[in-house]
Design a protein around this ligand. Structure first.
Ligand code: NAD
Ligand code: MN
Length: 493
């Protein structure tokens, strides 16, 4: 296997330092956490498990920046200009950012360069348009005669945001939090996942170069213990978290102590529903992409397939063939289509969940094991089960693993889809648009994709029903979570 340096001789990873108040600082008292390339299992470097003192330092820097006229006094167009400048810098450094992401996370460069990094640029440009459009309203009190009162609302930034991001889309999910928070006028303490810190550190260099005032964005490195210090810090006004459902529930419980605002983007077990009349030429590759892209490490991946019994074998063989056609390879290999899962722990977790499903009676249609090579590679896997209590059917696996269930009656489908603790996404393939809309109405999910898959958009709300989370990201709706509404009432009689 090529060492990453040989694949890309010019690639230099940022040093594992915190970025606080505009300066790169070490946490000398912290233990170190090794960061690995999941394609080769090689250690790339290390980051500090930052202490409460480092988090406090970052929160103080963010609080000072929040109150500093250099940020608080900036006109909305000033915030827009900064976000546009950052978008341009991300675009100028696109190939470097994509290479860092692929090395650190293992995702194919073919995706990070065409999907992850362009998505970051698009989201920054979209949110750059919002600051000048965020304002309150003039309202007429219902209980007072017209002309006696002037009442209006103001929308104040909520304060210092604590953003905690996972490792599956390290840069994209950081931007999904940073862009609206900054557009709203908040300041941020952000922690990347310990598995994938490097793209956010590179982004911090670009945030600095774009001219954001010092302390507006602070990056603190570490694992869940560092995240916990952020959650517990009284100077944080709002937590924006993406990650696992158990950690999300724990954060909600912690935040209840001082009623911090909380938004949570958590797990999913999203159905892919193929109706009998679907165009299989697009439904089969769509269903395969929905579960195998990013090695299944997508919170809204389509992981529970429902296909008509009569078409079941044809659909499964088709999805397996698409999976088998994805070239397995290291993140930085240009023709790689299926990378490793992110870590040894994730590999063990995915294979353990497959085994639990098989032990409980699921049949292996294809895949089911580790790929025989170095790196944490998992075969594209399809398990067949009609037992809706099977653990592989119920639990989020977060790997390239599909459970497939045949059905006979389309009236059962909404109940099947909704028989889950989660409610993040759903995919429906059909040519019958009235059936599609009827089903979309009955499905409990934050997003329903019809005849398409895996396509979020900055102007469309994204989030979960049920245990998939609280709140919505993206679109104008996200500002409900980064702004407080203040009502001002003046007697002018
Ligand atoms: P995790 O929830 O432990 O980690 C996500 C982020 O939260 C990381 O930055 C982590 O350091 C931080 N964190 C962990 N404990 C914390 C705490 N007590 N307080 C504050 N921050 C904390 O997820 P994981 O262990 O890396 O992955 C486990 C499973 O989570 C996966 O198998 C998958 O099912 C799910 N997951 C979901 C998403 C998503 O996009 N919704 C992303 C990654 C993982
Ligand atoms: Mn890594």
């Amino acid at each position: 296997m090529n060492a990453p340096e040989q694949v890309s001789p010019s690639l230099r990873l940022p040093a594992g330092l915190n970025f606080i108040g505009g300066a790169w600082v070490d946490d000398a008292s912290a233990e170190r956490i090794e960061v690995r390339d999941p394609s080769s299992e090689r250690v790339l470097g290390s980051i500090p498990r930052s202490t409460a003192a480092s988090v406090d330092h970052a929160v103080q820097a963010a609080t000072a920046a929040f109150n500093d006229p250099a940020w608080a006094g900036l006109p909305p167009l000033g915030r827009e200009a900064l976000l546009h400048r950052l978008a341009n810098l991300v675009e100028q450094h696109a190939s470097e950012l994509a290479a860092i992401e692929s090395l650190d996370n293992g995702k194919p460069i073919a995706f990070s360069s065409t999907l992850d990094v362009p998505v970051c640029v698009q989201w920054l440009r979209y949110f750059a348009g919002w600051p000048s459009k965020l304002s309150g309203r003039q309202l007429a009190p219902a209980m007072l005669p017209a002309g006696t009162t002037h009442a209006y609302t103001l929308r104040d930034p909520v304060g210092v945001v604590g953003a905690i991001v996972p490792w599956n889309f390290p840069l994209v999910l950081a931007i999904w939090k940073l862009a609206p928070a900054l557009a709203a006028g908040c300041t941020v303490v952000i922690k990347p996942a310990e598995q994938t810190p490097y793209s956010l550190l590179k982004l911090a260099e670009l945030i600095d170069a774009a001219g954001f005032p010092k302390g507006v964005v602070n990056v603190v490195l570490g694992d869940g213990s560092t995240g916990q210090h952020i959650v517990d810090h009284p100077g944080i006004a709002k937590i924006s978290f993406t990650g696992s459902t158990p950690v999300g529930k724990h954060i909600a419980a912690c935040a209840s102590r001082d009623l911090k605002r909380v938004t949570l983007e958590l797990g999913g077990k999203s159905p892919t529903i193929i109706l009998p009349d679907a165009n299989l030429e697009s439904a089969i590759p769509g269903a395969a992409q929905a579960v195998f892209v990013n090695s299944g490490q997508i919170c809204f991946a389509g992981t529970r397939l429902f296909a008509p019994r009569k078409l079941f074998d044809q659909v499964l063989d088709g999805i397996a063939a698409v999976g088998a056609s994805f070239k397995i390879g290291a993140g930085l290999e240009p023709d790689s289509m299926l990378g490793p899962v992110v870590s040894q722990r994730q590999l063990d977790s995915v294979l353990g969940k497959v085994q639990a499903g098989v032990n409980a009676g699921a049949a292996v249609h294809s895949g089911g094991g580790r790929v025989d090579r170095e790196g944490y590679f998992v075969q594209p896997t399809i398990l067949v089960t009609s037992d809706r209590e099977n653990p592989a059917y119920r639990e989020e696996v977060f790997g390239p693993v599909l459970t497939a269930t045949p059905y006979d009656d389309i009236d059962e489908l909404a109940a099947f889809a909704n028989d889950s603790d989660y409610g993040l996404g759903a995919h429906i393939y059909t040519r019958d648009l009235s059936k599609a809309h009827q089903l979309a109405r009955r499905i409990q999910a934050g997003t329903v994709w019809i005849n398409t898959q895996l396509a979020p958009d900055p102007n469309l709300p994204f989030g979960g029903f049920k245990q998939s989370g609280w709140g919505r990201e993206n679109s104008e709706d996200v500002f409900a979570h980064y702004l407080e509404t203040k009502t001002v009432i003046v007697n002018i009689a």
